[in-house]
Design a protein around this ligand. Structure first.
Ligand SMILES: O=P(O)(O)OC[C@H]1O[C@H](O[C@H]2O[C@H](CO)[C@@H](O)[C@H](O)[C@H]2O)[C@H](O)[C@@H](O)[C@@H]1O
Length: 270
């Protein structure tokens, strides 16, 4: 018979994750690189109104205030929109457009689009704009180096149909696009950098000795691939799907809890 006074043992994966978080908290120079949508912020229909869960934001504010500790957002969003939804201050470390756009505090990286890239962007805007205009509730998101076709509001097979038509339309413009399949969004870009490149740039900029990266989407796998677990880095996948991350949590609330535990632990050692 089960003893009701006994606390059930935590599952091994949870214990291993707690141990990894405690080790991370003791890192000499710690970089927290975080995906935004689906990791810190729950999904919503209007991309502009997404915000990090208050518990996650509070934990990140505490961590950012500690010495030798950096918080960075690594997102598929354009930088300008990322600044808004993360409520970034002047010192924020931001990687936007899946690694293409970089802002480290006041230092930005100019995109310097070539004439060919501009011409491809113009063509993409024309064909994808015509596509979403023909589908009620599909939306076009204009990005500095590409476009996202959103289909979250479409029902049944309508989303898959829009994706197929978007592939076909984009192929009439260029056969050399970077195509990213996200959560109810298909994106076409004239630049091929990825989140792993962004994490590498952040690692060099902060000279971090350990990096935490958390993400929920297929595009975050490039970020997990850039980690060095053997050197103390930690990758956390949010939600379901194949992943190269060492650990997995259920949702954004679990990430908020984990960041709070990390803030508690690092405040004790700093
Ligand atoms: O890399 P991320 O920070 O996860 O950004 C990925 C995309 O996020 C946004 O779209 C997603 O979130 C929206 C708001 O919750 C949701 O409506 C949409 O269905 C999702 O795909 C953003 O709009 C995209 O630009 C990002 O690439």
């Amino acid at each position: 018979m089960t003893d009701p006074t006994r606390t059930p043992a935590a599952p091994p994966a949870a214990v291993a994750l707690a141990t990894a978080v405690a080790q991370l908290a003791a890192a000499e120079r710690l970089l927290l690189a975080l995906d935004f949508d689906g990791t810190l912020a729950p999904f919503v229909d209007d991309p502009a109104s997404a915000r990090a869960l208050p518990q996650a934001k509070a934990a990140l504010d505490r961590l950012e205030a500690l010495p030798d500790t950096w918080v960075a957002f690594v997102s598929g969003r354009p930088l300008a929109g990322l600044e808004t939804v993360t409520e970034a201050d002047a010192d924020a470390l931001l990687i936007g457009s899946h690694g293409v756009e970089i802002r480290f505090g006041r230092d930005g990286v100019s995109l310097d689009l070539t004439d060919d890239e501009r011409a491809t962007l113009d063509g993409l805007g024309r064909v994808l704009g015509a596509l979403v205009d023909s589908v009620p509730d599909a939306r076009l998101e204009v990005k500095p180096v590409g476009f996202g076709v959103h289909y979250r509001l479409l029902e049944g097979d309508a989303g898959a149909d829009v994706v197929a038509r978007a592939y076909a339309a984009a192929a009439t413009v260029s056969g050399a696009l970077t195509i990213r399949d996200g959560k109810d969004i298909i994106e076409f870009s004239v630049r091929g950098a990825n989140k792993g490149d962004g994490i590498q740039r952040l690692r060099e900029y902060t000279r971090a000795t350990a990096v935490l990266f958390a993400g929920d989407d297929v595009t975050d796998e490039d970020g997990f691939a850039a980690l060095r677990p053997e050197a103390g880095d930690l990758g956390i996948k949010v939600g379901e799907g194949d992943t190269a991350a060492q650990f997995r949590v259920a949702d954004e609330r679990a990430i908020a809890t984990l960041l709070t535990l990390l803030a508690d632990a690092r405040e004790r050692v700093r």
